[in-house]
Design a binder for this molecule. Structure first.
Ligand code: SF4
Ligand code: SF4
Length: 96
């Protein structure tokens, strides 16, 4: 395909290649035993990096058999997930 006049880069990369987690100053920690599996955090995360896990397979505590956790390779630490969680089971910790 021919380049358009807007394409000044040969290999611009993408979010899978350029892990956005490196920008972070805070990161989210989920209290899995309090997570009610509502998916609000995943729906609001601007990076789309909050994933659902099966607590039976991972042997993690969870109220409804599943829990949500951020992929820290891509989490920017914005804190939106912690703000919107209805049971406040996400806390933001300072990155070392
Ligand atoms: S802190 Fe922001 S980027 Fe990271 S998981 Fe929460 S909503 Fe997503
Ligand atoms: S918003 Fe809170 S309760 Fe809902 S899935 Fe995310 S961590 Fe669990």
């Amino acid at each position: 395909m021919n380049k358009t006049k807007y394409q000044n880069f040969d290999n611009p990369g993408g979010s899978l290649k350029n892990k956005t987690g490196g920008w972070r100053t805070y990161y989210p920690i989920v209290d899995k035993s309090s997570c009610i599996n509502c998916a609000t955090c995943a729906n609001y995360c601007p990076e789309g990096c909050i994933l659902q896990f099966d607590s039976v397979k991972t042997k993690q505590p969870s109220l409804k058999g599943k829990y949500y956790e951020a992929d820290l390779d891509y989490c920017k630490g914005c804190g939106i997930c912690a703000e919107v969680c209805p049971v406040k089971c996400i806390r933001m910790e300072k990155q070392n």
